[in-house]
Design a protein. Structure first.
Length: 658
């Protein structure tokens, strides 16, 4: 037989032509003779009964019986299968000694066949193993093949440097190799690998040369072979450069944040300096577009709202004259400054303003143009002084009178400014006093009303009827609603006045969510709603203003309870991205129309603001939530569809720094 067919080799007591004709293909055949030869068990056929099942023999032996004795192993690519086909009269069974002799000789034949091809097979296996070792050694990453017990079977040169040590190496190197083998075995044992499923984890080994840490990414895969069994292929990828790059990115990001803070501080100082100068100052970019100007310049290059078409026309003309002057400097590559006069007109007085302009280029350290600063000096007073000086020779008395009148006017203006400053201070004091009065005159009596109502319902003043208890419950509910409205108005006033400081602490989000649910438990119990919480697996501790975040969540959950007749409400906390946490309140309530979503965070704005609206409130709750979120360097948004519920999401930095 060969690898593709069974063929007759020799026969005794039978015509040679019949032996030569015997050829059975192994590809796709279901001949019982082939099955018998490859089964390894003696198989007998009856010529009369099984002739139709043996088309390979035809009717040559139709009156004989057939016994197939398979000797040796099943066929493979290197050692063919051997067998003995015994043909005898149908009435004569195969004797047991014949079977025993065939079995013994079969093992000997198989051994001889294996020896004949063994040397060539061994040479080919050695070549294949040598090529495999060359391929593994060419890889820059350590590659290992271990059995299921963690014993090393195959390793490339890179892996041997880490996991193998000869007797003549130093004790330190031998100790490092021992540690590496221990770390590697522990890494494989801690992870249950399924067949064909690669596993990834980080593994830190010891450099046998200098003892330093070597961070690797370990990729392990279980492989199976029907002959060799099961093993684990592992590749170690050095991630030292990746860690250094990550550290460098973090350091660069920190430096960038510092540079941004310095730039913001420098810009603030520049704004203060520019605003303190009486002359108009205009800063333009490298294209000549205005990027910054102080208040005196705004009076020349911007018109007040409702000032009329004439003022708009004057502003456009002033801007054209100024742009022409700056373009003259930008068009000259060598000059860094320019001085000249510009004819401007005041949009307020419609009077011409003779201006002397001085422009200078601002260059970077590399000599690149970054901006142009232009100072506009109003020469009106200079010309007036010159005219007055000429007139002084002829009418000094008249000039003295004018100077006296100007002095009186200046004094009057100073007095007016002083009174205005005093009025502003008094207004600020009155506002503070008003807040104090509101707090005392409204909250204190209202708390007293609520307290007495509660005590009366508790029977402290005597038994009450069910009707009285119902009325007192309404008094308490409406009183608490009124107290919440007053608190919202006071909160928005304190936020606007900048009198609500941040109290930053570290806390766990799950604890805060439990407090919020506990505070609203009476309302939840009265509703037909299911309220659930979902906490992300990688949630970290939050460092921010705990009380203000709780106020936001209580407000959002109260709204969800108010606007959800039935269904579910879900509080969700998860990491939106590294260093940013997301808190969401989702409901299945009435939803918000797309056209109303852009205004619900404004002060005193409600979706239904009519006097007959179904839901109460001041329209300040979401406005307060937005302002408090912004104070904590966060953001709030809404996703909603009318009739399908709403989701309000707050994103906050995990660490808030003042």
């Amino acid at each position: 037989p060969t690898r593709t067919a069974f063929e007759g080799l020799a026969g005794a007591g039978v015509q040679p032509q019949l032996v030569e004709r015997l050829s059975l293909s192994l590809d796709g055949t279901r001949d019982p003779l082939v099955s018998a030869l490859t089964s390894g068990r003696p198989t007998s056929f009856s010529g009369n009964q099984d002739a139709a099942r043996l088309p390979s023999l035809g009717a040559l032996f139709s009156r004989s019986s057939f016994t197939v004795l398979a000797i040796g192993n099943q066929p493979d690519e290197d050692v063919p299968a051997l067998g003995v086909l015994l043909v005898s009269p149908a009435s004569e069974p195969v004797a047991q000694p014949v079977r025993w002799v065939a079995d013994v000789l079969g093992h000997q034949f198989q051994h001889l066949a294996g020896r004949e091809g063994g040397s060539e097979l061994e040479r080919r296996l050695r070549r294949e193993r040598s090529w495999l070792q060359h391929v593994l050694n060419a890889a820059t990453d350590p590659i290992l093949f271990t059995d299921t017990e963690g014993r090393l079977l195959i390793a490339n040169t890179r892996a041997e440097l880490l996991f193998s040590a000869t007797d003549d190496v130093s004790e330190g190197r031998r100790r490092a190799v021992q540690l590496n083998n221990m770390f590697f075995s522990a890494a494989l044992s801690r992870r249950s690998l399924g067949e064909g499923e690669p596993g990834r984890r980080e593994l830190v080994l010891v450099d046998p040369t200098d003892g330093s840490d070597l961070p690797f990414e370990l990729l392990s895969t279980v492989v199976s072979d029907p002959r060799e069994g099961t093993g684990v292929v592992s590749i170690l990828r050095n991630i030292s450069d990746l860690r250094q790059a990550t550290q460098q990115i973090d350091e660069n990001y920190a430096r960038l944040r510092i540079a941004e803070a310095d730039a913001r501080a420098e810009r603030d100082r520049l704004n203060l300096i520019i605003d303190s100068v009486a002359d108009p100052i205009v800063v333009t970019d490298e294209e000549g577009a205005i990027s910054l100007m102080n208040a005196p310049a705004e009076r020349l290059f911007s018109a007040r709202t409702g000032s009329g078409e004439e003022a708009q026309r004057i502003v456009r003309a002033n801007d054209a004259h100024f742009s022409s002057f700056v373009s003259g400097l930008l068009s000259t590559g060598g000059d860094t400054t320019r001085r000249g006069e510009i004819g401007l007109v005041s949009p307020e007085t419609r009077q011409s303003v003779p201006v002397e302009a001085f422009a200078a280029k601002l260059l970077s350290e590399l000599g690149e143009l970054t901006a142009v600063v232009t100072i506009l000096h109003d020469r009106t007073e200079d010309l007036e002084r010159a005219s007055l000086y000429e007139q002084l020779k002829m009418a000094s008395d008249e000039l003295e009178g004018k100077v006296h009148a100007a002095t009186n006017e200046l004094a009057r203006q100073n007095e007016l400014l002083r009174r205005q400053a005093l009025e502003l201070e008094q207004a600020s004091t009155a506002k503070s006093q008003f807040l104090a009065n509101v707090s005392h005159e409204l909250r204190t009596p209202l708390n007293a009303i609520l307290g007495y109502a509660t005590m009366t319902m508790q029977g402290i003043a005597g038994e009450i009827t069910p009707g009285q208890r119902r009325h007192l419950s309404r008094i308490e509910a409406n009183g608490r609603h009124l107290l919440a409205l007053i608190n919202e108005i006071l909160d928005i006033t304190r936020i606007e006045a900048g009198r609500m400081p941040l109290e930053i602490v570290s806390f766990a989000i799950p604890d805060l969510l439990r407090e919020v649910l506990s505070e609203l438990e009476p309302i939840i119990a009265k509703s037909n709603l299911t309220v659930t919480t979902k906490i992300g697996p990688d949630l970290v501790t939050l460092r921010t203003d705990r009380q203000k975040l709780k106020q936001i969540l209580v407000n959002l959950l109260s709204n969800a309870l108010k606007f959800t007749p039935s269904g579910t409400i879900t509080l969700r906390a998860d990491m939106a991205r590294p260093k940013v946490i997301a808190l969401a309140v989702s409901d299945t309530g009435i939803g918000i129309a797309q056209s109303d979503q852009s205004v619900i965070f404004d002060d005193f704005r409600q979706v239904d603001s009519t006097p007959r609206r179904a839901y109460g409130g001041t329209g300040l709750g979401l406005s307060i939530c937005r302002r408090l979120t912004m104070m904590m360097r966060g953001a709030i948004d809404v996703q909603s569809q009318l009739g399908q519920g709403s989701t309000f999401t707050i994103t906050l930095p995990t660490v808030l720094r003042k």
